[in-house]
Design a protein around this ligand. Structure first.
Ligand code: DGI
Ligand code: FE
Ligand code: FE
Length: 188
């Protein structure tokens, strides 16, 4: 889809702050796609729509998780996780995007999972390091992202999981599996 059209569509579903974040993810995703060999156009589209469902109400997201046969264990974890898989469903249904690689990158952008494609990883990392993000540790991950996709992701995962654990939050199993995969691959 044409970039301007896509941005026009998504803008209606986001706050100004989240739209600015989305534009940052778009720019960073294209850069990372070039650097690490993912399809730049798919990265652009996935980035634009990655937070499409961020502001849907919880009740609607819960119904979609139930009715569309998404992983039911999502309902046991932080509802912040829901907008990613629900977003993939709604971007297909409402925007008409059918490309499975794009939809998967949206689907996995919050939890991550084992066996992600380069495109999935690019969107996950771009979401974390886009220029408008400011939190402790982000600069280190930005620097790692210049050299190694997986090392940058591993640091991002360590930061996120530490952040969640310090707040007594549960960690979704796919996030753990993603972290374990990245860690074990570093040792080979
Ligand atoms: O939607 P964004 O704010 O741009 O970023 P995101 O899609 O990565 O959402 C991050 C939120 O999800 C953040 O508040 C942490 C929260 N979260 C809750 N449980 C988990 C989790 N993130 C991961 N990776 N794994 C969890 O188990
Ligand atoms: Fe998100
Ligand atoms: Fe985001």
């Amino acid at each position: 889809m044409n970039r301007d059209k896509a941005l026009e569509i998504v803008k209606e579903h986001l706050t100004e702050h989240r739209f600015v974040h989305t534009c940052g993810v778009m720019e960073t995703s294209i850069e990372l796609a070039k650097r690490y060999g993912a399809d730049e156009k798919k990265a652009e589209t996935a980035a634009i729509f990655h937070d499409y469902a961020k502001f849907r109400d919880k009740q609607e997201m819960q119904s979609i998780i139930e009715d569309e046969g998404l992983a039911q264990d999502l309902l046991l974890y932080n509802s912040e996780l829901w907008h990613a898989p629900v977003g993939a469903v709604l971007v297909e249904r409402e925007v008409g995007i059918e490309d499975v690689e794009i939809l998967n990158a949206i689907r996995f952008h919050t939890s991550g999972k084992e066996g992600m494609t380069v495109l999935d990883k690019v969107i996950y990392l771009a979401d974390y390091i886009e220029p408008n993000r400011q939190f402790p540790g982000v600069e280190e991950v930005r620097e790692l992202a210049e050299k190694s996709l997986d090392l940058a992701l591993l640091k991002a995962l360590q930061n996120t999981m530490t952040f969640l654990m310090k707040r007594n939050q549960a960690i979704y199993p796919d996030t753990f599996r993603f972290y374990n995969e990245l860690t074990l691959n570093q040792r080979r």
